[in-house]
Design a protein around this ligand. Structure first.
Ligand code: GLU
Length: 293
């Protein structure tokens, strides 16, 4: 079976060394097993994503020596596919519209002892999980803002224990056959009123639609994999193999962010760095020539 890898940047800023590492690792691994490499543009948030970032990202990836298949999948062109998946979850009564504003959520979870998700955000209180159906429909009809949240406890009950295969490792060294623990995220947002999807939903739908067999990404997404496994099980989608890798950090040990200045690829290129320099900087061996067939 031909293995399929993907690098899935969000075009809301420029690539930095951390992205370069992830992209190069995907490319190296695909090449080593004679697999395919896809690029997917994760641009569901139209307010933060810009075409000029997408163009710069693709230009940087080509400069790094990546060779990917066309056409590139752009998530903003596939809202129908995500809406369908959301509808499936809705018919299973596993999502509900939540009307609380960010401020109301913050107020309800202000207690420092309030439980937090793996990213450190307070868990959703569940305050409007059990609104009467008529009340929810009336609020939607009145134009109130809302987000679709997953009924996490009900979803876990329906599916039972889940595992995934980890070929890299999580932040605490989790590797091999790993137990998924989606409950740590509480009632995650699956879609929004203005955007009929979320990162979690579209990544799972796309990985399945594109036949992705190997998800290679930063360990900051390790815990999100538990939510992805749960959604895959609910939607009847296959589970890829996961390989979470360590993050490239700045001198102070912090994870790099999109506005990284000197660590941005554009600045490195402007300063005369080569793709081989980037490989060296992120600790990868020199590129291997493409095997001739
Ligand atoms: N689009 C995500 C990001 O830029 C990556 C998603 C993934 O690899 O699953 O962080």
């Amino acid at each position: 079976m031909t293995r399929i890898f993907r690098f899935a940047p969000s075009p809301n800023g420029e690539l930095h060394l951390g992205h370069a590492y992830s992209a190069l690792l995907n490319s190296d691994l695909a090449r080593a097993v004679g697999g395919r490499l896809l690029i997917r543009i994760e641009d569901i948030d139209r307010t933060r994503c810009r075409p000029e970032f997408e163009a710069a990202i693709l230009d940087d990836l080509a400069w790094l020596g990546l060779d990917w298949e066309q056409p590139v999948r752009r998530q903003s062109e596939h809202f129908d596919a995500y809406s369908k998946a959301l509808e499936t979850l809705r018919l299973m009564d596993l999502v509900y519209p939540s009307f609380l504003s960010r401020g109301e959520i913050r107020a309800a979870t202000a207690d420092p002892a309030w439980p937090r998700d793996p990213d450190g955000a307070p868990l959703y209180s569940g305050l409007d999980r059990d609104l009467a159906a008529g009340e929810a429909a009336a609020r939607i009809a009145s134009g109130a803002p809302y987000a679709w949240r997953l009924r996490m406890a009900a979803a876990i009950d329906r599916i039972g224990p889940l595992r995934f295969t980890e070929h890299g490792s999580g932040p605490d060294g989790e590797t091999g056959d790993v137990t998924a623990d989606p409950g740590r995220w509480g009632d995650v947002i699956i879609a929004r009123k203005e955007i009929p999807t979320s990162y979690h939903l579209s990544v799972v739908v796309d990985d399945a639609l594109q036949g992705v067999t190997d998800v290679v990404r930063g360990e900051d997404l390790f815990h999100a994999t538990s939510v992805h496994r749960l959604l895959q099980a609910l939607l009847g989608l296959p589970a890829p193999i996961y390989r979470h890798h360590g993050l490239v950090r700045d001198a102070a040990g912090r994870k790099l962010s999109k506005s990284e200045g000197a660590r941005g690829l554009a600045a490195l290129r402007a300063a005369g760095a080569t793709a081989e320099d980037v490989r060296r900087l992120v600790g990868l061996a020199p590129a291997q020539p493409t095997p001739s067939t």
